[in-house]
Design a protein around this ligand. Structure first.
Ligand code: DOR
Length: 446
Protein backbone atom coordinates (compact mmCIF):
# COMPACT_ATOMS: atom_id res chain seq x y z
CA UNK A 1 0.00 0.00 0.00
CA UNK A 2 1.23 3.45 -0.83
CA UNK A 3 -1.23 5.52 1.12
CA UNK A 4 -2.68 6.89 -2.11
CA UNK A 5 -6.44 7.21 -1.70
CA UNK A 6 -7.14 5.22 -4.84
CA UNK A 7 -4.92 2.50 -3.53
CA UNK A 8 -6.98 1.76 -0.49
CA UNK A 9 -6.86 4.66 1.98
CA UNK A 10 -9.88 4.84 4.27
CA UNK A 11 -12.34 7.64 3.77
CA UNK A 12 -11.28 9.40 6.94
CA UNK A 13 -7.67 9.50 5.70
CA UNK A 14 -8.86 11.29 2.58
CA UNK A 15 -10.00 14.26 4.63
CA UNK A 16 -6.56 15.03 5.94
CA UNK A 17 -5.34 18.28 4.47
CA UNK A 18 -8.47 18.87 2.42
CA UNK A 19 -9.78 22.42 2.57
CA UNK A 20 -13.01 22.66 4.48
CA UNK A 21 -13.00 19.10 5.85
CA UNK A 22 -13.71 17.62 8.27
CA UNK A 23 -17.14 19.04 8.98
CA UNK A 24 -20.51 18.10 10.40
CA UNK A 25 -23.36 17.47 7.97
CA UNK A 26 -26.98 16.58 8.59
CA UNK A 27 -28.86 14.98 5.68
CA UNK A 28 -32.41 15.61 6.74
CA UNK A 29 -35.85 14.38 5.76
CA UNK A 30 -35.12 11.57 3.28
CA UNK A 31 -35.63 7.83 3.04
CA UNK A 32 -32.40 5.89 3.48
CA UNK A 33 -32.07 3.01 1.00
CA UNK A 34 -29.23 0.50 1.10
CA UNK A 35 -28.82 -3.27 0.81
CA UNK A 36 -30.69 -3.58 4.12
CA UNK A 37 -33.86 -1.95 2.75
CA UNK A 38 -35.64 1.36 3.03
CA UNK A 39 -36.51 3.47 6.09
CA UNK A 40 -37.27 7.10 6.94
CA UNK A 41 -34.09 8.44 8.52
CA UNK A 42 -31.79 11.44 8.88
CA UNK A 43 -28.06 10.90 8.51
CA UNK A 44 -25.45 12.68 10.63
CA UNK A 45 -21.91 12.86 9.27
CA UNK A 46 -18.86 13.97 11.23
CA UNK A 47 -15.27 14.09 10.03
CA UNK A 48 -15.86 11.79 7.06
CA UNK A 49 -17.87 9.16 8.89
CA UNK A 50 -21.59 8.48 9.33
CA UNK A 51 -22.09 8.77 13.07
CA UNK A 52 -25.85 8.45 13.49
CA UNK A 53 -28.82 7.31 11.37
CA UNK A 54 -32.38 7.56 12.58
CA UNK A 55 -35.65 9.45 12.34
CA UNK A 56 -35.81 13.09 13.44
CA UNK A 57 -32.26 13.51 14.68
CA UNK A 58 -31.39 16.74 16.51
CA UNK A 59 -29.22 19.06 14.42
CA UNK A 60 -25.91 19.75 16.23
CA UNK A 61 -24.87 23.41 16.49
CA UNK A 62 -22.86 24.46 13.48
CA UNK A 63 -23.88 21.51 11.30
CA UNK A 64 -24.52 22.09 7.61
CA UNK A 65 -28.04 20.84 6.83
CA UNK A 66 -28.68 19.21 3.44
CA UNK A 67 -32.36 18.93 2.64
CA UNK A 68 -33.34 15.43 1.50
CA UNK A 69 -37.12 15.93 1.54
CA UNK A 70 -38.76 13.72 -1.11
CA UNK A 71 -35.40 12.04 -1.78
CA UNK A 72 -33.71 8.70 -1.29
CA UNK A 73 -30.41 8.76 0.59
CA UNK A 74 -28.18 5.98 -0.62
CA UNK A 75 -24.59 4.80 -0.53
CA UNK A 76 -22.74 6.72 -3.25
CA UNK A 77 -22.67 5.08 -6.67
CA UNK A 78 -19.57 3.24 -7.90
CA UNK A 79 -18.79 3.25 -11.62
CA UNK A 80 -16.81 0.22 -12.74
CA UNK A 81 -16.15 1.68 -16.17
CA UNK A 82 -15.14 5.33 -16.66
CA UNK A 83 -12.90 6.72 -19.38
CA UNK A 84 -11.29 9.82 -17.87
CA UNK A 85 -8.89 10.26 -20.85
CA UNK A 86 -6.00 11.57 -18.78
CA UNK A 87 -3.14 11.24 -19.57
CA UNK A 88 -3.11 11.88 -23.29
CA UNK A 89 -6.60 12.89 -24.43
CA UNK A 90 -7.26 15.92 -22.27
CA UNK A 91 -9.14 17.65 -25.10
CA UNK A 92 -11.92 15.08 -24.50
CA UNK A 93 -11.91 14.84 -20.69
CA UNK A 94 -9.67 15.32 -17.67
CA UNK A 95 -9.72 13.73 -14.28
CA UNK A 96 -11.03 17.05 -12.99
CA UNK A 97 -13.93 17.40 -15.47
CA UNK A 98 -14.78 13.69 -15.46
CA UNK A 99 -14.61 13.64 -11.67
CA UNK A 100 -17.03 16.55 -11.51
CA UNK A 101 -19.39 14.80 -13.94
CA UNK A 102 -19.21 11.68 -11.76
CA UNK A 103 -20.06 13.59 -8.59
CA UNK A 104 -23.01 15.28 -10.34
CA UNK A 105 -24.19 11.81 -11.36
CA UNK A 106 -24.17 10.62 -7.74
CA UNK A 107 -20.94 8.63 -7.92
CA UNK A 108 -18.48 8.67 -5.04
CA UNK A 109 -15.97 6.33 -6.71
CA UNK A 110 -15.01 5.53 -10.30
CA UNK A 111 -12.71 2.98 -11.84
CA UNK A 112 -10.61 4.81 -14.45
CA UNK A 113 -10.09 2.69 -17.55
CA UNK A 114 -6.50 2.19 -18.73
CA UNK A 115 -6.91 3.02 -22.45
CA UNK A 116 -5.20 6.36 -21.92
CA UNK A 117 -2.15 7.53 -23.88
CA UNK A 118 0.12 6.09 -22.62
CA UNK A 119 -1.94 3.19 -21.30
CA UNK A 120 -2.06 2.47 -17.56
CA UNK A 121 0.30 -0.46 -17.91
CA UNK A 122 3.01 0.60 -15.44
CA UNK A 123 3.29 1.75 -11.86
CA UNK A 124 4.44 5.17 -13.12
CA UNK A 125 1.29 5.90 -15.13
CA UNK A 126 -1.00 4.36 -12.48
CA UNK A 127 0.62 6.56 -9.83
CA UNK A 128 0.19 9.66 -11.99
CA UNK A 129 -3.54 9.00 -12.39
CA UNK A 130 -3.99 8.20 -8.69
CA UNK A 131 -2.21 11.40 -7.68
CA UNK A 132 -4.32 13.52 -10.06
CA UNK A 133 -7.38 11.73 -8.71
CA UNK A 134 -6.66 12.94 -5.19
CA UNK A 135 -8.08 16.37 -6.01
CA UNK A 136 -11.18 14.97 -7.76
CA UNK A 137 -14.53 15.19 -5.95
CA UNK A 138 -14.88 11.38 -6.15
CA UNK A 139 -12.46 8.61 -5.29
CA UNK A 140 -10.56 7.66 -8.44
CA UNK A 141 -9.14 4.15 -8.58
CA UNK A 142 -7.51 2.73 -11.66
CA UNK A 143 -7.84 -0.42 -13.69
CA UNK A 144 -4.51 -1.63 -15.04
CA UNK A 145 -3.94 -2.92 -18.56
CA UNK A 146 -3.56 -6.70 -18.94
CA UNK A 147 -1.00 -6.32 -21.71
CA UNK A 148 1.74 -3.81 -22.42
CA UNK A 149 0.28 -0.90 -24.36
CA UNK A 150 -2.98 -2.93 -24.57
CA UNK A 151 -1.38 -4.43 -27.65
CA UNK A 152 -2.39 -7.98 -26.71
CA UNK A 153 1.13 -9.36 -27.02
CA UNK A 154 2.96 -9.32 -23.66
CA UNK A 155 1.59 -9.23 -20.13
CA UNK A 156 1.87 -5.91 -18.28
CA UNK A 157 3.65 -5.93 -14.89
CA UNK A 158 0.49 -6.97 -13.07
CA UNK A 159 2.21 -7.68 -9.75
CA UNK A 160 3.75 -4.20 -9.71
CA UNK A 161 0.34 -2.66 -10.36
CA UNK A 162 -1.39 -4.92 -7.82
CA UNK A 163 1.15 -3.74 -5.22
CA UNK A 164 -0.20 -0.21 -5.79
CA UNK A 165 -3.70 -1.43 -4.91
CA UNK A 166 -4.95 -2.07 -8.47
CA UNK A 167 -7.71 -4.67 -8.26
CA UNK A 168 -9.06 -4.80 -11.83
CA UNK A 169 -7.13 -5.41 -15.04
CA UNK A 170 -8.48 -4.93 -18.53
CA UNK A 171 -7.44 -4.08 -22.09
CA UNK A 172 -10.86 -2.41 -22.53
CA UNK A 173 -11.34 -0.58 -25.78
CA UNK A 174 -10.47 -3.90 -27.32
CA UNK A 175 -10.73 -7.50 -26.22
CA UNK A 176 -7.69 -9.64 -25.51
CA UNK A 177 -7.74 -11.79 -28.64
CA UNK A 178 -5.04 -14.32 -27.76
CA UNK A 179 -6.68 -17.07 -25.68
CA UNK A 180 -3.31 -18.47 -24.58
CA UNK A 181 -2.26 -15.11 -23.20
CA UNK A 182 -5.63 -14.67 -21.50
CA UNK A 183 -5.23 -18.04 -19.76
CA UNK A 184 -1.79 -16.99 -18.52
CA UNK A 185 -3.17 -13.65 -17.31
CA UNK A 186 -5.94 -15.52 -15.47
CA UNK A 187 -3.36 -17.68 -13.71
CA UNK A 188 -1.44 -14.58 -12.59
CA UNK A 189 -4.67 -12.86 -11.56
CA UNK A 190 -5.67 -15.80 -9.37
CA UNK A 191 -2.28 -15.68 -7.64
CA UNK A 192 -2.53 -11.92 -7.09
CA UNK A 193 -6.17 -12.02 -5.99
CA UNK A 194 -7.22 -9.53 -8.68
CA UNK A 195 -10.02 -9.58 -11.27
CA UNK A 196 -9.64 -9.56 -15.04
CA UNK A 197 -12.31 -7.60 -16.90
CA UNK A 198 -12.80 -8.51 -20.52
CA UNK A 199 -14.11 -6.38 -23.38
CA UNK A 200 -15.74 -9.19 -25.33
CA UNK A 201 -15.30 -8.62 -29.05
CA UNK A 202 -13.59 -11.00 -31.43
CA UNK A 203 -11.85 -8.63 -33.85
CA UNK A 204 -12.13 -10.96 -36.83
CA UNK A 205 -15.87 -11.31 -36.32
CA UNK A 206 -16.26 -7.54 -35.85
CA UNK A 207 -14.61 -7.15 -39.25
CA UNK A 208 -15.10 -3.56 -40.33
CA UNK A 209 -18.53 -3.26 -38.71
CA UNK A 210 -19.69 -0.09 -36.99
CA UNK A 211 -23.23 -0.90 -35.86
CA UNK A 212 -25.27 -3.97 -34.86
CA UNK A 213 -25.71 -6.43 -37.71
CA UNK A 214 -29.43 -6.72 -38.35
CA UNK A 215 -32.24 -5.30 -40.44
CA UNK A 216 -31.23 -1.69 -39.61
CA UNK A 217 -27.63 -2.17 -40.76
CA UNK A 218 -28.91 -3.68 -44.03
CA UNK A 219 -31.33 -0.82 -44.55
CA UNK A 220 -28.74 1.86 -43.75
CA UNK A 221 -25.91 0.22 -45.65
CA UNK A 222 -23.61 0.36 -42.62
CA UNK A 223 -21.44 -2.74 -42.14
CA UNK A 224 -22.69 -4.72 -39.13
CA UNK A 225 -21.12 -6.31 -36.06
CA UNK A 226 -22.81 -9.66 -35.43
CA UNK A 227 -23.93 -10.66 -31.93
CA UNK A 228 -21.59 -13.62 -32.38
CA UNK A 229 -18.56 -11.29 -32.22
CA UNK A 230 -19.34 -10.78 -28.54
CA UNK A 231 -20.81 -14.18 -27.72
CA UNK A 232 -17.88 -16.14 -29.17
CA UNK A 233 -15.50 -14.35 -26.81
CA UNK A 234 -17.82 -14.70 -23.80
CA UNK A 235 -18.00 -18.45 -24.48
CA UNK A 236 -14.23 -18.74 -24.94
CA UNK A 237 -13.48 -16.81 -21.76
CA UNK A 238 -15.97 -18.83 -19.73
CA UNK A 239 -14.03 -21.92 -20.80
CA UNK A 240 -10.80 -20.21 -19.67
CA UNK A 241 -12.34 -19.26 -16.30
CA UNK A 242 -13.40 -22.89 -15.88
CA UNK A 243 -9.86 -24.02 -16.68
CA UNK A 244 -8.09 -21.53 -14.41
CA UNK A 245 -10.47 -21.02 -11.50
CA UNK A 246 -9.74 -17.28 -11.68
CA UNK A 247 -12.38 -14.56 -11.43
CA UNK A 248 -13.54 -12.66 -14.49
CA UNK A 249 -15.77 -9.63 -14.93
CA UNK A 250 -17.52 -9.20 -18.29
CA UNK A 251 -17.67 -5.58 -19.41
CA UNK A 252 -20.63 -3.94 -21.19
CA UNK A 253 -22.52 -7.08 -22.30
CA UNK A 254 -24.92 -6.27 -25.09
CA UNK A 255 -26.70 -9.39 -26.38
CA UNK A 256 -29.37 -11.82 -25.24
CA UNK A 257 -27.00 -14.65 -26.15
CA UNK A 258 -24.32 -13.29 -23.79
CA UNK A 259 -26.90 -13.12 -21.01
CA UNK A 260 -27.83 -16.78 -21.61
CA UNK A 261 -24.16 -17.81 -21.45
CA UNK A 262 -23.64 -15.83 -18.25
CA UNK A 263 -26.76 -17.26 -16.64
CA UNK A 264 -25.57 -20.81 -17.34
CA UNK A 265 -22.06 -20.00 -16.06
CA UNK A 266 -23.43 -18.64 -12.80
CA UNK A 267 -25.69 -21.67 -12.38
CA UNK A 268 -22.57 -23.79 -12.79
CA UNK A 269 -20.85 -21.79 -10.04
CA UNK A 270 -18.14 -20.11 -12.12
CA UNK A 271 -16.62 -17.03 -10.40
CA UNK A 272 -17.93 -14.49 -12.91
CA UNK A 273 -19.64 -11.10 -12.72
CA UNK A 274 -20.92 -8.80 -15.45
CA UNK A 275 -22.11 -5.32 -16.21
CA UNK A 276 -24.42 -3.69 -18.73
CA UNK A 277 -24.54 0.00 -19.63
CA UNK A 278 -27.52 2.34 -19.32
CA UNK A 279 -27.43 2.85 -23.11
CA UNK A 280 -27.59 -0.86 -23.91
CA UNK A 281 -30.54 -1.21 -21.50
CA UNK A 282 -32.54 1.53 -23.18
CA UNK A 283 -31.40 2.35 -26.73
CA UNK A 284 -31.40 0.17 -29.83
CA UNK A 285 -29.85 0.04 -33.30
CA UNK A 286 -32.88 1.97 -34.60
CA UNK A 287 -31.19 5.09 -33.16
CA UNK A 288 -28.60 4.85 -35.95
CA UNK A 289 -31.26 5.60 -38.60
CA UNK A 290 -30.11 9.22 -39.03
CA UNK A 291 -26.43 8.23 -39.25
CA UNK A 292 -25.74 10.34 -36.16
CA UNK A 293 -22.31 9.27 -34.84
CA UNK A 294 -23.37 10.04 -31.26
CA UNK A 295 -25.06 6.62 -31.37
CA UNK A 296 -21.91 4.78 -32.43
CA UNK A 297 -20.50 2.75 -29.56
CA UNK A 298 -18.64 -0.50 -28.89
CA UNK A 299 -20.27 -2.92 -28.46
CA UNK A 300 -22.99 -1.45 -30.70
CA UNK A 301 -26.54 -0.66 -29.69
CA UNK A 302 -28.41 -3.91 -30.37
CA UNK A 303 -32.01 -5.00 -30.98
CA UNK A 304 -35.12 -4.51 -28.83
CA UNK A 305 -34.90 -8.16 -27.86
CA UNK A 306 -31.30 -7.76 -26.65
CA UNK A 307 -32.13 -4.65 -24.61
CA UNK A 308 -35.10 -6.44 -23.02
CA UNK A 309 -32.90 -9.43 -22.12
CA UNK A 310 -30.37 -7.10 -20.47
CA UNK A 311 -33.09 -5.34 -18.45
CA UNK A 312 -34.41 -8.72 -17.29
CA UNK A 313 -30.88 -9.82 -16.37
CA UNK A 314 -30.24 -6.70 -14.29
CA UNK A 315 -33.67 -7.27 -12.76
CA UNK A 316 -32.92 -10.81 -11.62
CA UNK A 317 -29.26 -10.12 -10.72
CA UNK A 318 -27.71 -12.23 -13.50
CA UNK A 319 -26.02 -9.03 -14.66
CA UNK A 320 -24.59 -7.74 -11.38
CA UNK A 321 -23.82 -4.14 -12.23
CA UNK A 322 -24.77 -1.22 -14.42
CA UNK A 323 -21.63 0.68 -15.44
CA UNK A 324 -21.51 3.78 -17.59
CA UNK A 325 -18.68 3.16 -20.09
CA UNK A 326 -18.53 6.97 -20.01
CA UNK A 327 -16.52 7.57 -23.20
CA UNK A 328 -15.98 11.26 -23.96
CA UNK A 329 -14.91 12.26 -27.45
CA UNK A 330 -14.21 15.87 -28.40
CA UNK A 331 -16.70 17.34 -30.92
CA UNK A 332 -14.07 17.65 -33.67
CA UNK A 333 -13.35 13.91 -33.36
CA UNK A 334 -16.96 12.75 -33.11
CA UNK A 335 -18.65 15.04 -35.66
CA UNK A 336 -17.52 13.07 -38.71
CA UNK A 337 -19.28 10.46 -40.88
CA UNK A 338 -20.67 7.49 -38.90
CA UNK A 339 -18.17 4.92 -40.12
CA UNK A 340 -15.19 7.20 -39.37
CA UNK A 341 -16.31 8.32 -35.90
CA UNK A 342 -14.71 6.89 -32.76
CA UNK A 343 -17.11 4.73 -30.74
CA UNK A 344 -18.36 5.86 -27.36
CA UNK A 345 -20.85 8.04 -25.52
CA UNK A 346 -21.07 10.03 -22.28
CA UNK A 347 -22.81 8.40 -19.35
CA UNK A 348 -21.90 9.67 -15.88
CA UNK A 349 -24.43 12.47 -15.51
CA UNK A 350 -27.44 10.60 -16.93
CA UNK A 351 -26.78 7.02 -15.75
CA UNK A 352 -28.88 6.88 -12.60
CA UNK A 353 -32.06 8.42 -14.03
CA UNK A 354 -31.82 6.28 -17.18
CA UNK A 355 -31.22 3.09 -15.21
CA UNK A 356 -34.00 3.76 -12.71
CA UNK A 357 -36.40 4.22 -15.65
CA UNK A 358 -35.20 0.94 -17.17
CA UNK A 359 -35.14 -1.42 -14.16
CA UNK A 360 -36.73 0.41 -11.23
CA UNK A 361 -35.16 2.16 -8.24
CA UNK A 362 -34.24 -0.80 -6.05
CA UNK A 363 -32.51 -2.80 -8.80
CA UNK A 364 -30.76 0.30 -10.15
CA UNK A 365 -29.29 1.12 -6.75
CA UNK A 366 -28.04 -2.44 -6.15
CA UNK A 367 -26.52 -2.52 -9.64
CA UNK A 368 -24.90 0.91 -9.34
CA UNK A 369 -23.84 1.05 -5.70
CA UNK A 370 -23.36 -2.04 -3.53
CA UNK A 371 -22.75 -4.62 -6.24
CA UNK A 372 -20.04 -2.65 -8.08
CA UNK A 373 -18.46 -1.57 -4.76
CA UNK A 374 -17.90 -5.25 -4.00
CA UNK A 375 -16.67 -6.11 -7.52
CA UNK A 376 -14.13 -3.24 -7.37
CA UNK A 377 -12.98 -4.23 -3.87
CA UNK A 378 -14.13 -0.87 -2.49
CA UNK A 379 -16.81 -2.22 -0.15
CA UNK A 380 -14.91 -1.20 2.98
CA UNK A 381 -15.80 2.43 2.17
CA UNK A 382 -18.36 2.51 -0.66
CA UNK A 383 -21.66 0.78 -1.33
CA UNK A 384 -23.02 1.11 2.18
CA UNK A 385 -24.64 0.32 4.47
CA UNK A 386 -25.68 3.84 5.46
CA UNK A 387 -25.07 3.21 9.14
CA UNK A 388 -23.06 4.56 12.06
CA UNK A 389 -19.39 3.81 11.52
CA UNK A 390 -19.53 3.71 7.70
CA UNK A 391 -17.47 6.04 5.52
CA UNK A 392 -19.62 9.00 4.51
CA UNK A 393 -19.91 8.33 0.78
CA UNK A 394 -23.53 9.19 0.15
CA UNK A 395 -25.80 10.22 -2.71
CA UNK A 396 -29.12 12.02 -2.28
CA UNK A 397 -31.37 11.38 -5.27
CA UNK A 398 -34.69 13.05 -6.01
CA UNK A 399 -36.67 10.44 -7.99
CA UNK A 400 -39.38 12.94 -8.93
CA UNK A 401 -37.18 15.71 -10.38
CA UNK A 402 -37.61 16.09 -14.14
CA UNK A 403 -34.88 17.64 -16.26
CA UNK A 404 -33.99 17.91 -19.89
CA UNK A 405 -30.49 16.90 -20.93
CA UNK A 406 -28.64 19.86 -22.44
CA UNK A 407 -25.19 18.79 -23.67
CA UNK A 408 -23.88 22.34 -23.23
CA UNK A 409 -24.65 22.22 -19.51
CA UNK A 410 -22.91 18.94 -18.72
CA UNK A 411 -19.74 19.07 -16.62
CA UNK A 412 -17.94 16.72 -18.98
CA UNK A 413 -15.49 18.35 -21.37
CA UNK A 414 -17.20 16.52 -24.26
CA UNK A 415 -20.77 16.75 -25.53
CA UNK A 416 -21.49 13.28 -26.95
CA UNK A 417 -24.51 12.31 -24.90
CA UNK A 418 -27.08 10.09 -26.65
CA UNK A 419 -29.77 11.58 -24.39
CA UNK A 420 -29.51 15.20 -25.64
CA UNK A 421 -32.91 16.87 -25.54
CA UNK A 422 -34.55 14.01 -23.64
CA UNK A 423 -36.45 14.67 -20.46
CA UNK A 424 -35.35 12.33 -17.67
CA UNK A 425 -37.03 11.68 -14.36
CA UNK A 426 -34.81 11.65 -11.28
CA UNK A 427 -31.83 13.82 -10.48
CA UNK A 428 -29.01 13.82 -7.97
CA UNK A 429 -29.52 16.57 -5.41
CA UNK A 430 -26.43 16.14 -3.22
CA UNK A 431 -23.30 13.99 -3.26
CA UNK A 432 -21.07 13.56 -0.23
CA UNK A 433 -17.61 12.09 -0.82
CA UNK A 434 -15.56 11.16 2.25
CA UNK A 435 -17.72 13.47 4.34
CA UNK A 436 -17.42 16.45 2.02
CA UNK A 437 -20.50 17.86 0.24
CA UNK A 438 -19.14 17.90 -3.33
CA UNK A 439 -22.56 18.44 -4.95
CA UNK A 440 -25.21 20.54 -3.19
CA UNK A 441 -28.64 21.20 -4.70
CA UNK A 442 -27.44 19.86 -8.04
CA UNK A 443 -24.43 22.19 -8.19
CA UNK A 444 -20.82 20.99 -8.13
CA UNK A 445 -18.98 22.63 -5.27
CA UNK A 446 -15.55 22.43 -6.93
O1 DOR B 1 -17.55 2.71 -27.33
C1 DOR B 1 -16.53 2.52 -26.66
N1 DOR B 1 -15.69 3.53 -26.40
N2 DOR B 1 -16.27 1.29 -26.24
C2 DOR B 1 -15.09 0.99 -25.65
O2 DOR B 1 -14.89 -0.14 -25.27
C3 DOR B 1 -14.04 2.02 -25.49
C4 DOR B 1 -14.65 3.36 -25.46
C5 DOR B 1 -13.64 4.47 -25.62
O3 DOR B 1 -12.60 4.42 -24.96
O4 DOR B 1 -13.93 5.41 -26.34
Amino acid sequence: MTGLPGAGGRASDRDVGRAGAPRTLMVRGGDVVDAGGRRRADVLVEAGTVVRVGPDLAVPTGATVLDAGGCVVLPGLVDLHTHLRQPGREEAETIETGGRAAALGGFTAVVAMPNTEPAIDSAAVATEVLLLGRSAPVEVVVAGAITVGRAGERLAPMAELAALGVRIFTDDGSGLQDGGLMLRALDYARGLGVTLAQHCEDDRLVGGGSMHEGSWSSRLGIPGVPAAAEEAMVARDLALVRASGARMHFLHLSTAGSVALLRAAKAEGLPVTAEATPHHLTLTDAECAAYDPVFKVNPPLRSDRDAAALRAAVGDGTVDAVATDHAPHAPEAKDVPFDEAPPGMLGLETALAVTVAAVGLERALAAMSWHPATIAGLDDRHGGPVAAGSAANVCVFDPGARWTVDPARLASRSRNTPFAGRTLEGRVRHTITAGEPVVVDGEAQR
